[in-house]
Design a protein around this ligand. Structure first.
Ligand code: FES
Length: 149
């Protein structure tokens, strides 16, 4: 599939857009400072905090960090659950929600079997999904232009 160019100049903090790449939904989330800070709190609760599992498939080298991204504020991730391929929903609202981890700062919830992912797409412990959400190959052409693929 051809690479996809995305203009992120209109993406405000806390907003996410979805683009299609190779027939898959790719999420681009501009994280707020609070969202970035929340990753410190989920570090101990996720199964693979440093994205060491199957890194060649799921996390390009430049995203093998706590944010799983090139820029801390921009997450680029394939919106397909690594369990059986359902599409997780996004939940950015803080506060308690039934059946979600306590003090969850928000993230992604797969409706099929309940896997939850933090705001870096890292899967929480003891969930059916074996891996973090895939970070596709991507790079920046400028501050506001991203290429996926
Ligand atoms: Fe997402 Fe099973 S497909 S938890």
């Amino acid at each position: 599939g051809a690479p996809v160019e995305v203009d992120i100049s209109t993406l405000n903090p806390g907003e996410m857009k979805t683009v299609e790449w190779r027939g898959k939904p790719v999420w681009i989330l501009r994280r707020t400072p609070e969202m970035i800070a929340s990753l410190k709190q989920t570090d101990g609760k996720v199964a693979d905090a440093e994205s060491k599992r199957n890194p060649a498939e799921f996390t390009p080298e430049y995203a093998r960090n706590e944010w799983r991204s090139i820029k801390p504020e921009i997450l680029v991730a394939v919106g397909i659950c690594t369990h059986l391929g359902c599409s997780p929903s996004s939940k950015f609202a803080p506060g308690p929600q039934p059946s979600l981890p306590d003090d969850w700062a928000g993230g992604f919830l797969c409706p099929c079997h309940g896997s939850t992912f933090d705001l870096a797409g890292r899967v929480f412990k003891n969930k059916p999904a074996p891996d973090n959400l895939q970070v596709p190959r991507h790079m920046y052409l400028s501050d506001t232009k991203l290429v996926i693929g």
